[in-house]
Design a protein around this ligand. Structure first.
Ligand code: F6R
Length: 247
């Protein structure tokens, strides 16, 4: 894919995590009111919890909405409490009127993971593509599980997790040995086709990655910087995540 034209990112800084989360929810609620069968791309992790809380609290109906998650650990069954499917059930699916058949997430236990990746891409295409994709960002600049050095053309595929990512995610497991080594993730090519992107970041730990995203040169070593080539990306930050920005 050519990444010719760079677009200005819309950067919004909020006093705290709660306000950032509410703003993200407000944007999605507005979209769903305009387009009740909107297709949402969704993240897991700590960052989006407040966003899911605000979305649920709004009472907006998601009865016709379709969702596609960014990623899933390879090898974890949906019943494992740290699978991203189980996370989504707790954070969103069980708290809204989303229909189970409209909630999509890669199957980390598929017999043929490469085939599962192709099926997932096709399902996104068949749904008409992502109207909006909500992203978090890793300390190392990853988006989805597209770790530093990932190809910007990549589609949904099986990837190896960076050691730093496994360490960061070990907090959810009994020990680092239990953290899966591989995952299925939407590729950067898949991500870039979303019509609108909202990237959320909170806390000092993300400040360096955010500085790269907003002020750095786009380069595969910092995957999030690819978003400078996306025509409609908003970056929603709390004060700590914005603390290294020039203004
Ligand atoms: C999760 C995902 C990851 C996270 C990132 C930040 O679906 O794709 O890229 O968004 O690792 O995670 P938290 O929010 O836990 O800091």
């Amino acid at each position: 894919m050519m990444h010719g034209k760079r677009y200005p990112l819309t950067v919004e800084v909020f006093a705290d995590y709660k306000q950032m989360s509410q703003r993200a929810a407000d944007i999605v609620i507005e979209l769903v009111k305009e387009k009740p069968d909107a297709v949402l791309g969704l993240p897991t992790g700590s960052t989006p919890l407040g966003f899911y809380d605000a979305l649920v609290a709004s009472g907006v109906s998601l009865a016709r909405v379709r969702t596609f998650n960014l990623d899933e650990y390879l090898g974890l069954p949906r019943t494992h409490p740290e699978s991203y499917y189980a996370f989504m059930k707790r954070a969103l699916y069980d708290r809204t009127d989303l229909r189970p058949e409209n909630c999509h997430i890669p199957d980390g236990t598929a017999a043929d993971p490469d085939e599962e990746c192709r099926r997932y891409e096709e399902a996104i295409r068949a749904a008409g593509g992502l109207d909006i994709l909500v992203l978090g960002v890793g300390h190392n600049g990853h988006i989805g599980f597209n770790e530093p050095g990932s190809s910007w053309d990549a589609r949904t595929r099986v990837v190896e997790l960076a050691e730093s990512t496994r360490k960061a995610n070990a907090r959810f497991f009994n020990s680092i040995d239990e953290v899966p080594r591989k995952a299925i993730t939407m590729g950067i090519g898949t991500i870039m086709e979303a019509r609108r992107i909202l990237l959320l970041a909170s806390g000092e730990g993300k400040a360096a990655a955010i500085k790269e995203l907003v002020e750095g040169e786009p380069r595969p070593e910092v995957p999030a910087t690819v978003l400078q080539y996306h025509p409609d990306t908003s970056v929603l930050l709390d004060a700590a995540a914005a603390s290294l920005l020039r203004r």
